[in-house]
Design a protein around this ligand. Sequence first.
Ligand SMILES: NC(=O)c1ccc[n+]([C@@H]2O[C@H](COP(=O)([O-])OP(=O)(O)OC[C@H]3O[C@@H](n4cnc5c(N)ncnc54)[C@H](OP(=O)(O)O)[C@@H]3O)[C@@H](O)[C@H]2O)c1
Length: 326
Amino acid sequence: MKIKAGIIGGTGYVAGELLRILILHPNVDIDFVYSRSAAGKNINVIHQDLFFEKKLKFSNSINENSDVVFLSLGHGNSSKFLNKYNFANHTKIIDLSQDFRLKNHTSSHKKTFIYGLTAINSEKIKDATNIANPGCFATAIELALLPLAKNKLLNKPIHIHGVTGSTGAGRSLSETSHFSWRNNNISVYKPFEHQHIAEIKETLQAFQPDMNNEINFIPLRGNFSRGIIITAYMDCDIDEKTLNDIYVKFYKSIPFIEISKTTIHLKQVVNTNYALIHTEKNQNKAFIVVVIDNLLKGAAGQAVENMNLMFGLDHQAGLNFKASYF
Ligand SMILES: NC(=O)c1ccc[n+]([C@@H]2O[C@H](COP(=O)([O-])OP(=O)(O)OC[C@H]3O[C@@H](n4cnc5c(N)ncnc54)[C@H](OP(=O)(O)O)[C@@H]3O)[C@@H](O)[C@H]2O)c1
């Protein structure tokens, strides 16, 4: 029997990606796609890449007995949504917002949320009923730094730059997502105070509890639509081979994470659920580069990994895409 899946926030970008994955997923039937703004319309009116999907409509009602429900709402709205509905005890919730990611928010609405970074938490996720799916920048940066944290090597200030595509900001139009502004442009936003820093610190401290260094993170808006590239560097005493070996060992046999000996770039992972990682040593600095697709490994793809693990399915089911390279 197939898993019945519901999606909330149906017109959003992440919901569109969830639909693209789940419609073709071998173990899933879409139960409902809830939308406040488009109820009654065919989903392909909004998600026009799904033009071949002729029957599925946005709905104004939900099924509180579905097997799994993806909350694909902006921050603060998932919590409000769970106040209104009473899902069955067996219904698994996968929340894409940051409402339940931090330790002091993981117990809420009589539910316990497990942080869904699949690379480190797969055993806990298998037994979980509720998942807080990690943020997109948080996913890339945590994957960049976790092997160092595991080896207690994060002992100096950490410097990170990250560039994100415009889909990272969601569907609503704003000054900075307007084509005329974004095209041929690049800009910094929220330097040193991006909302994912707290989530990143908590995840690293689980591996290196005394890790309390500065995390100097400078996010940038790129003039492309999807993908995230981050670079991280810090003082570190180990040599280049040891650095690389630490990453190879940490991510050995973890699906969707690859270590590249050669330099990497965004197009290798856009439209895939992969995180690609490259490490180098430059004088006394460890230098790490990570690329992901913000909508897949950074959101809908990792959410489906979580679903696969929670239902005992093949970890990679429905998620094997080749990058759209050209
Ligand atoms: N975009 C990314 O790359 C990315 C990456 C990681 C995590 N996330 C997180 O995933 C979630 C969804 O992101 P997104 O990019 O898909 O956002 P989005 O494109 O803005 O979509 C969110 C959807 O939520 C519904 N909505 C809007 N305001 C609402 C309100 N006040 N109450 C209830 N529903 C409301 C709308 O759908 P309806 O009108 O159809 O109901 C809207 O289309 C966010 O929490 C975001 O931070 C996004």
